[in-house]
Design a protein around this ligand. Structure first.
Ligand code: BV8
Length: 233
């Protein structure tokens, strides 16, 4: 069972949806969360990625997200992102549903992207919800309208996902002939429920095999960049 089979399924598929996680961005130099070099190896997510941490531990919350925004400035999409953008241009991908907040898919040229966990490149006031530039979050972090706390537009643990992105991803995955899941441990709810909603063929591209890999019709073990490059040959 190899990349050739996936290439064949893609040619046969009228609608292909790709679901990506942090493993799609590690080759761009962005750590993932749960593998050995991931964010959560040294930081307890409950202390920085929850509304509780935002309200009660704002200094730590802000430092975590400021550090991630700064780190992103040095990162660019890798070959795998560009291949996915090219597959969309060729009409072979109808949507990328991503858990990633780095907007690297869009930077690589993908237009049809659903940001299931929001993004870190824009901000808003936690109190009055008014939008603010990420620079305002980086610099003074106080709302210019109501002096509330500013925060990036990521979905924190305990927050609901953006309905438009969720409904669009769910609908497209339920109607897709092929769903390709790339670089995610499938540990986070409710995104981890999406693969089993797929009616069509289900493919998993990941460095290691998560507990749920039994649900897939094809499992390709390796890096996103290298497997997508093989697909692109
Ligand atoms: C909600 C913030 C409901 C943004 C993130 C107990 C049990 C079950 C569930 C829960 C529970 N308690 C609470 C919950 C719900 C909770 C949850 O799922 N918790 C889990 C962790 C236990 N979920 C939520 O709170 C969600 N909201 O449920 O709301 C609700 C309903 C009504 C009213 C109110 C609320 C919100 C979830 C969003 C949380 N936000 N991050 C940020 O800072 O980024 S989650 C975080 O995990 C990121 O967004 C990340 O994208 C996401 C998923 O992680 P992955 O992308 O999968 O990354 P991971 O490191 O885990 O895996 C990467 C994989 O890639 C690895 O397997 C690795 O081997 C592989 N890899 C690495 N490099 C490569 C590679 N593969 C290929 N190539 C490579 N090069």
């Amino acid at each position: 069972m190899t990349v050739e089979l996936l290439a064949q399924w893609m040619k046969q598929s009228k609608t292909t949806v790709v679901l990506t996680g942090a493993g799609m961005s590690t080759e761009s130099g962005i750590p993932d969360f749960r593998s050995q070099s991931g964010w959560w190896q040294n930081i307890d997510p409950r202390t920085v990625a929850t509304t509780d941490s935002l309200l009660k531990n704002y200094a730590m919350f802000r430092e975590f997200y400021q550090m991630r925004i700064q780190a992103l400035k040095k990162c660019a999409p890798h070959k795998g992102h560009h291949i996915l953008a090219d597959l969309e241009k060729r009409g072979l991908i109808s949507l990328i549903a991503t858990q990633n907040v780095d907007q690297l898919h869009q930077q690589a040229g993908s237009k049809k992207v659903a940001e299931l966990h929001g993004n870190i490149m824009t901000a808003r006031c936690q109190k009055c919800n008014k939008p603010h530039a990420k620079e305002q979050f980086l610099n003074n972090a106080i709302c210019t309208y109501c002096s509330g706390k500013l925060r990036p537009n990521v979905v924190l643990f305990g927050e609901t996902l953006p309905m438009e992105a969720w409904n669009r991803s769910l609908n497209e995955i339920q109607n897709a002939d092929l769903v390709i899941v790339i670089g995610t441990s499938l540990e986070v709810y409710p995104v981890n429920q999406l693969p089993q909603m797929a009616k069509g063929r289900l493919v998993y591209i990941n460095l290691d095999q998560s507990s749920d890999s039994g649900q897939f019709d094809l499992v390709l073990e390796g890096t996103a960049g290298e497997i997508l490059a093989e697909l692109d040959e």
